[in-house]
Design a protein around this ligand. Structure first.
Ligand code: ATP
Ligand code: MN
Length: 463
């Protein structure tokens, strides 16, 4: 007999039909009348399927009474209307086969509430909890919605390299990739001789697929990438990981306004999809993680995002009368406290801040005519702050070269990037959205370590 998934069984109208389900026991409750109720979960949806096992079953004493949370079983039985409240159907078991028992002395999940901190130490098992099952299903839906959104709009999915053999991505600290023997590194005039390394030059894990993506945008038009990125910065915050996933679209013949429009549409599309298609999981987040999460998402979906320049933002912050830890002088980067003030207190909706001082932004961002600012944008959302960073790219070779030199960098490694500005240069723009920040935003989870299966952070890569 073919196995059914619990998500389908719970929605099924096939009363009195035989079903076969397989999953993990969440709870077992024995009734005085000599039968047991098992709550079975197979991961296919949030809700458990109730199994009723009669005491007459052959292996009732031998097996059923030894089932504990975490045990894995197969149940063949009849789908019946449920007597109790809480579920509309249940399965009356004819046969229960045990795959694996689970020792309740050692297995902590399912007994009492286990803290998220403790669950991080047993990340190989935490997906069996309500919270991590729900987070993982929502994360999956957001990934699917991402592809749907861009594909529906004619964007091509590009796989940009994970190993980059030049450090010209210009964002943050990078992890080195090498096959050199640490104990006997070849030295050449006091420096490590990377010509003897695997790629013949220094190489790193990517911090962004953008530069490679720009090449493809300048040929295919609209493209996007969705892949892992790595940052070796030592930031132990609830919003930073050393390995995270990023979605980066890039559009040819587009300016900063087009970029902001795309970002706004994309975030609204993601929210709509999750609210429509992950209702049970979202219900759980509202009840147990963040009471206002659904309201917030509906509000964001229905709001026109505020757009204002960095200069206006600084002005608002300075006039706010609010005490901040970091100064808000023109020229300083916005800190999370400032970002959250703007989106949570001042406007109470997402805010797109544009035109930052060029000195605090990357070399590739398009310079504005004022000689001071660059066509950059950050999208700020409640509770998270920056969720997207993007810009229109500099498409003028002379200006690009000047910025590269201003940053104290050599032109030579950028020869291919500069070529794009020599051969049919076009205005183009794009952004990067941190996938885990998105999952945090949508689920209301406080810590970014709890929205990725196996988080990598400084001093932590166990699993
Ligand atoms: P922040 O200032 O918040 O550290 P950033 O400005 O360094 O971020 P960008 O280089 O603009 O980040 O990267 C684009 C997006 O990737 C960010 O808007 C954010 O959503 C996400 N992101 C950046 N760094 C991290 C990280 N260490 N962990 C998880 N997501 C990140
Ligand atoms: Mn940024």
């Amino acid at each position: 007999m073919k196995r059914s998934y619990i998500v389908d069984v719970l929605n099924s109208k096939d009363i009195d039909k035989e079903v076969l389900v397989k999953g993990w026991v969440r709870t077992r409750r024995d009734s005085k009348g000599g039968f047991s109720f098992i709550a079975l979960n197979d991961g296919s949806c949030f809700n458990n399927l109730q199994i009723v096992v009669d005491g007459d079953l052959d292996n009732y004493q031998k097996d059923i009474l030894k089932l504990h949370p975490g045990s894995s079983i197969a149940v063949k039985g009849t789908l019946v209307k449920s007597q109790g409240g809480g579920q509309s159907v249940e399965v009356k078991a004819d046969e229960v086969k045990v795959y694996g028992h689970c020792d309740p002395e050692e297995y902590v999940i399912g007994k009492q509430r286990v803290s998220f901190e403790r669950l991080r130490e047993i990340a190989h098992l935490r997906v069996r909890t309500n919270t991590f099952g729900a987070v993982t299903r929502v994360r999956n839906k957001l990934a699917k919605a991402t592809h749907d959104f861009f594909q529906e709009r004619g964007f091509f999915y590009i796989n940009t390299p994970i190993i980059t053999a030049s450090d010209c991505e210009g964002a943050g600290e990078m992890f080195r990739v090498t096959t050199l023997d640490h104990a006997a590194v070849p030295i050449n005039e006091d420096d490590v001789d990377y010509s003897q390394d695997f790629f013949g030059k220094e190489s790193f894990l990517t911090v962004s697929g953008q530069l490679a993506l720009e090449c493809y945008a300048c040929g295919l038009g609209n493209v996007y990438t969705f892949g892992p990125t790595f940052r070796a910065e030592n930031s132990n915050t609830s919003r930073h990981l050393s390995e995270f996933w990023m979605i980066e679209p890039e559009m040819a013949f587009a300016d900063l306004d087009d970029d902001a429009d795309l970002a706004e549409d994309y975030i609204k599309y993601l929210i709509t999809t999750v609210l429509d298609e992950c209702a049970e999981d979202m219900e759980f987040f509202s009840k147990h993680i963040d009471k206002t999460i659904q309201e917030t998402l509906i509000h964001v979906k229905e709001s026109k995002f505020v757009r204002l320049s960095y200069t206006e933002a600084i002005d608002i912050l300075n006039k706010s009368g609010q005490k901040f830890e970091f100064e808000t002088n023109w020229g300083n980067d916005l800190q999370t406290e400032h970002e959250r003030f703007l989106t949570e207190k001042e406007f109470k909706k997402p805010v797109i801040v544009t035109d930052y001082p060029r000195e605090i932004k990357a070399f590739y961002m398009k310079q504005n005519d004022d000689g001071k600012t660059a066509a950059a944008m950050d999208v700020l959302v409640p509770k998270i702050g920056e969720i997207i960073g993007g810009s229109q790219r500099e498409d003028d070779l002379q200006k690009l070269d000047a910025r590269i030199k201003d940053h104290g960098m050599d032109l030579e490694p950028y020869w291919w990037y500069r070529d794009l500005r020599k051969f049919g240069s076009v205005p183009h723009a794009g952004f990067g959205l941190g996938f885990e920040r998105l999952v945090q935003f949508v689920t209301g989870m406080d810590n970014i370590r709890d929205v990725i299966p196996f988080p990598r952070t400084p001093k932590s890569a166990e699993f």
